[in-house]
Design a protein around this ligand. Structure first.
Ligand SMILES: [Zn+2]
Length: 51
């Protein structure tokens, strides 16, 4: 059993495969089972902002 959630209706930005993305809750990223591409799920709008 894995803490991964199948993401319906999402298309991989790398290989373009539909419904091949899984949400990895542990690492907080999305992984494509087709090409293995991963992407962070957290919004990066605040990235680079100095505190
Ligand atoms: Zn892919």
């Amino acid at each position: 059993m894995t803490l991964a959630h199948f993401l319906h209706g999402l298309r991989c930005a790398s290989c373009g495969t539909l419904n091949a993305l899984w949400l990895d809750l542990i690492r907080a990223l999305v992984e494509c089972h087709q090409c293995g591409q991963t992407a962070l799920t957290l919004t990066d709008t605040d990235e680079g902002r100095s505190l």
